[in-house]
Design a protein around this ligand. Structure first.
Ligand code: SF4
Length: 737
């Protein structure tokens, strides 16, 4: 304890995928302060405004403190035994009558590794269904498929050091200043030190990121598919590619085109790749001229030539950065592929200061959703349920019969909620997320839930728009009220200890799931001792990673460090850059770059043409509608909405409009406007020339405000490969309310 009697412990921030290292001050069983850890390699002592008020997120007046069970229209206080027995009886009944695929769990990229691992083991290894999904399907699924089909392994080759060491940063639809604020300040730090640093902001809206950028390039929604292809066209046309890198490290493929965007239930298109030669690829790319791309993207042909020059300038260390603008996209996987194509053609990859870097949204979308494998098709450490050898390895580690793990891919997120509406999914347990505010085309799914078409359990720390439709509400422990591990964007695994007791009867999600497991006869899956519970679970989970290129360190190692980036070497050192003999222990000295997880050690350049969005503006719905995040609030604001300072700073959602669009409709700043799509409508306050300034014909709003179901307007079309919905593009009309 310090001289004020405060005991300080280390933890990662609870909120975003940046994964800032924080110090948590505890006195008399309460968090009394938090601060950025000056020794933290991610943030060097900084936090954003959400981070500064971290502690207050746990102390809202309406914390859930005991289980509640629905009795008619009322939620009634119950004991843990009553609640868990009821859940177990409903799950048992559904499994007996309709089979294991009639039950599911929907978790989160905010689950700790322990929580995600428990869910996967119980549902996939015990109950025998792959109906396990994280909300990361809504934010990172396109990035996952992009990594897997390009490099054969999920997650980036680069890391945050690239933000300090590079000199050219091309942002594809990413408002880093608000969505990844501390990383953005790191980039600005680099810019202040190095005059050569250039930040190019390619977007559909001017933001705080634009204010710090050297160039802002406005782009039409879906224009990224055209612009990225045209940049590659120029590189090929002018022979600006790195021939020897391409020859040594790259293979070419063409995927399946014109697949449906998942608007109909049960659509499940598959990719059937065909190999291409480099010459065939070059031939195919001839059609994508800068002039062609200008028409589709709105980016002038000259700018596309300029971007191609930047990407290929031998004196520049080029980084591409992106997040939800690329991933929440009906062709999000393709855009990920197209960005990698540029780095693979130019050889600007796997080098310090020169990499593509997909920025994660949630604190453990990487560590839990992706590494543990809480998706409907995945198992830990890049393995998948469709692969017999993967199921066998998993079963061996878990000590279960390999036949127990189903080879059938479970329901992905949108299908899970559609299956409720169809009456096929009988039981759903939601933990650590708020889908009945966040998923697109909400009305359909809220109506199904309100009609009690399924038995729904929600574990959370506060009442939310999802607890409204629950049959059982369970109070959860949060953040440092439990021990945990998160994995951030740059493959950094961070551990923290439990520092305070949760309020009332609140319990960890892990405990809740194991109690269900015991009641379903799967308690044997969790044989860990009470004394060494987390260590024993961690060491079991770690077995999946050893020798795979994703190696995690022994449990205790993480106590001493501010996280380690995997693969962790046998000497305990982390890996900053993957696939290079400069740093990755899986590449022998002298081998240079080696994509050792990809077939033939070669990464894939994909031919991915332009395809139109699922829905475009017309005379009735003339505006593009885009939803996203902002600095002050985290996702649906279930936590930040309880922090008075943040709530005051940003009390409600607004509709950002271009001044000319507003003037044409007679709308003035702060007027009430009704925004409607084919799916629903919402009344918002117009914001003209505010913090964000959408391009003409575009409107933007944020989904944090629980009083406005913003995502109800969004189309639930999704990428055929990643099944990630497109929250960034649909058609709306705007009227004075
Ligand atoms: Fe850092 Fe993100 Fe937390 Fe802000 S919200 S302090 S950027 S981890």
């Amino acid at each position: 304890a310090d001289d004020k009697g405060i005991k300080w412990g280390k933890a990662p921030c609870r909120y975003c995928g940046v994964g800032c290292c924080v110090l948590v001050g505890v006195k008399d069983g309460k968090i009394v302060a938090t601060k950025g850890d000056p020794a933290g390699p991610v943030n060097k002592g900084l936090n954003c405004i959400k981070g500064y008020f971290l502690s207050k997120a746990l102390y809202g007046k309406d914390r859930l403190t005991h289980p509640l069970i629905r009795k008619g229209n009322k939620m009634v206080k119950a004991s843990w035994d009553e609640a868990l027995n009821l859940i177990a009886s409903k799950y048992k009944e559904a499994i007996a009558k309709n089979g294991p695929d009639s039950v599911a769990i929907y978790g989160s990229g905010q689950w700790t590794v322990f929580e995600g691992y428990t869910a996967v083991k119980l549902f996939k290894g015990g109950i025998g269904t792959n109906n396990v999904e994280p909300n990361a399907r809504l934010c990172m699924a396109s990035a996952v498929v992009g990594f897997m089909n390009t490099f054969g392994s999920d997650e980036p080759m680069g890391c945050y050091d690239d933000l300090d060491l590079g000199d050219t940063y091309i942002l594809w639809g990413a408002n880093m200043a608000e969505a990844h604020p501390v990383l953005f300040s790191r980039l600005i730090d680099n810019k202040l030190k190095n005059k050569k640093v250039k930040i190019i902001d390619i977007a559909t809206r001017r933001t705080r990121t634009t204010q710090m950028a050297d160039e802002y390039i406005p782009m039409h929604p879906q224009g990224d598919l055209a612009a990225l292809n045209a940049i590659a066209h120029v590189i090929l046309r002018d022979k600006l590619y790195d021939e020897s890198f391409v020859k040594q490290h790259v293979t070419f493929k063409r995927g399946t085109e014109n697949q449906p965007y998942g608007l109909k239930d049960k659509e499940n298109p598959k990719e059937e790749p065909k190999p291409l030669t480099f010459d065939e690829y070059k031939q195919l790319m001839k059609q994508f001229t800068p002039e062609w791309a200008e028409k589709l993207s709105g980016i002038p042909a000259k700018k596309i030539e300029h971007l191609a020059q930047l990407y290929t300038d031998k004196s520049r260390k080029v980084n591409s950065l992106w997040t939800m603008g690329v991933n929440q996209h009906v062709r999000g996987v393709w855009v990920n592929n197209l960005i990698y194509n540029l780095h693979l053609l130019t050889g600007k990859i796997c080098k310090p200061g020169e990499n593509p870097l997909s920025l994660t949204g949630q604190p453990s979308a990487c560590g839990t959703a992706r590494e543990v494998g809480t998706f409907a098709h995945r198992l830990p450490a890049d393995m998948v349920v469709m692969n017999e050898a993967h199921r066998k390895k998993t079963a061996e580690i878990w000590g279960v019969d390999p036949k127990k793990i189903s080879p059938k891919v479970g329901l992905h997120t949108m299908e899970m909620y559609r299956a409720i509406d169809r009456g096929e999914l009988k039981c759903l347990w939601i933990q650590c997320t708020n889908p009945f505010q966040s998923i697109p085309n909400l009305s359909r799914y809220r109506k199904a839930a309100q009609a009690r078409k399924a038995f729904i359990v929600v574990s959370d720390i506060y009442p939310t728009r999802s607890t409204e439709v629950a049959d059982v509400i369970l109070p959860s422990a949060s953040w440092v009220e439990k021990e945990g591990v998160f994995g951030n964007t740059e493959r950094r695994t961070q551990h923290w200890f439990k520092m305070i007791e949760p309020p009332g009867e609140a319990k960890e999600d892990t405990w809740q799931l194991i109690e269900l497991a015991k009641r379903l006869g799967h308690g044997n899956l969790f044989p860990y001792s009470q004394k060494n519970f987390h260590k024993e679970m961690w060491e079991e989970y770690r077995k999946f990673t050893i020798g795979t290129g994703k190696d995690l360190a022994p449990y205790e190692t993480y106590f001493k460090v501010r996280g380690l980036r995997w693969p962790v070497k046998s000497n305990g050192q982390e890996t900053r850059w993957r696939y290079t003999d400069a740093d990755d222990p899986y590449v022998k000295k002298g081998e240079g770059v080696k994509f050792y997880k990809a077939p033939g050690n070669k990464a894939t350049i994909w031919f991915r043409p332009y395809e139109p969005p699922a829905e475009s503006p017309n005379s009735e719905y003339p505006f593009w509608y885009c939803t996203g995040r902002l600095l002050e609030h985290w996702h649906t604001a279930t936590m930040t909405g309880r922090v008075p300072e943040l709530k005051r700073a940003m009390p409600g959602a607004t509709l950002e409009m271009h001044p000319e669009d507003a003037a044409r409709l007679g709308i003035k700043n702060r007027d009430k406007v009704k925004v409607s799509s084919r799916r629903g409508s919402v009344v918002l306050t117009a914001e003209i020339n505010g913090r964000g300034k959408p391009e003409k014909g575009n409107v933007f709003t944020t989904f944090f405000d629980e009083t406005k179901l913003i995502n109800d307007l969004c189309i639930d079309a999704f990428d055929p490969l990643s099944k990630e919905p497109d929250f960034k593009k649909c058609a709306v009309k705007v009227e004075k309310a």
